[in-house]
Design a protein around this ligand. Structure first.
Ligand SMILES: C[S@@+](CC[C@H](N)C(=O)[O-])C[C@H]1O[C@@H](n2cnc3c(N)ncnc32)[C@H](O)[C@@H]1O
Length: 211
């Protein structure tokens, strides 16, 4: 991760992005690699969280919605190099940067898929993921739809990790709905991110652990 940081932090090289989510109109469609790095949710403590969840629970499979230049994928991948990490990205030029970062780090357990989330999710291989990181298209209604679409790919202990639960009123409302949803027995508010688990084997509980 340190070599990725030195490669990307402050890097002025720009790429043209295709936005399939609710991107920033103010910033237009050109981004420097340094900006993409700076705006990544997964550098610093939240990246460490992804890494530690993979490592501590020896998670074997993870799915990420929204690769960008690959910072979150790298945290998931290096947390358990024996795991398989699948990551979906709709913007071809951003995905190309991610692939080059994975190659630079010699990571071979990341499977990168190109397309919009709604196109790619129905085509995912059968099976379940131990962790699903939703970090793209930060719209509350879309986020709830992705969770519904992904439920067939979960087991009782799958971690759903949602980024930017306070980013907009629609994301906040989606988070409130997930907290109330009787199907999800564990919800954890980490302030920027939220964790949701089905865990039907336990009483419904909510935790505030503000990172
Ligand atoms: C916040 S970035 C992801 C950051 C990355 N997970 C990380 O940890 O650094 C969100 C990414 O999701 C992609 N994206 C947004 N909406 C999408 C959609 N509906 N389908 C496919 N990709 C989408 C964007 O192109 C962008 O690269």
């Amino acid at each position: 991760m340190a070599s990725l940081k030195s490669r990307l932090k402050g890097n002025q090289r720009t790429i043209e992005i295709t936005d399939h989510g609710v991107g920033s109109k103010r910033m237009g469609n050109t981004r420097s690699l340094g900006q993409l790095y700076k705006n990544s949710s997964s550098k610093g403590k939240y990246g460490k969280l992804l890494f530690q969840l993979m490592q501590h629970y020896k998670l074997e499979s993870a799915l990420e919605l929204g690769t960008s230049i690959g910072i979150g994928s790298v945290s998931l991948s290096t947390g358990n190099e024996a795991a398989s990490v699948t990551t979906i990205e709709g913007c071809p030029s951003t995905r190309k940067e991610a692939l080059s970062n994975f190659e630079l780090l010699g990571l071979t357990n990341i499977h990168s898929l190109e397309g919009t989330f709604s196109e790619v999710i129905p085509k995912l291989d059968k099976g379940t993921y131990d962790l699903i990181f939703i970090d793209g298209h930060h719209d509350g209604v879309a986020t709830l739809e992705y969770i519904e679409q992904l439920l067939p790919y979960t087991h009782d202990d799958t971690f759903f990790i949602l980024d930017d639960i306070r980013w907009s009123s629609s994301m906040q409302s989606a988070w409130e709905q997930l907290k109330e949803d009787e199907r999800f027995h564990v919800t954890i508010d980490l302030f920027r991110m939220g964790i949701v688990l089905l865990r039907p084997q336990q009483e419904k509980e909510h935790f505030d652990i503000l990172l």
